[in-house]
Design a protein around this ligand. Sequence first.
Ligand code: FES
Length: 103
Amino acid sequence: MAEWHEIGPAADMADGHYQSVEIDDIPLLIFHLDGHFYALEDRCTHDDAELDGGTIENGCIKCPRHGACFDIKTGDALSAPAYEPTDSFECQVVDGMIQVNLA
Ligand code: FES
């Protein structure tokens, strides 16, 4: 069953950017990429570090510590030294507000 949480106005996040939020003690990064919104747990599976502060490159977030890349749409680890995906969560925009499903 879906468990939608409101993040904030979609209009406040420019395309190609992301923001960090915490919901129910889960640190998240919310991305606006090519007109769509995506959410990943803010956790690099290489060393449990934050991905916040990393750069967006070719649809991936690049870990600021050792450079592992995670697919923003799926959370898949696409390059060493990370090999396990980070959790991804469904997003939607309702009445102009970004929502994330933590179910
Ligand atoms: S902690 Fe992210 S690549 Fe090492």
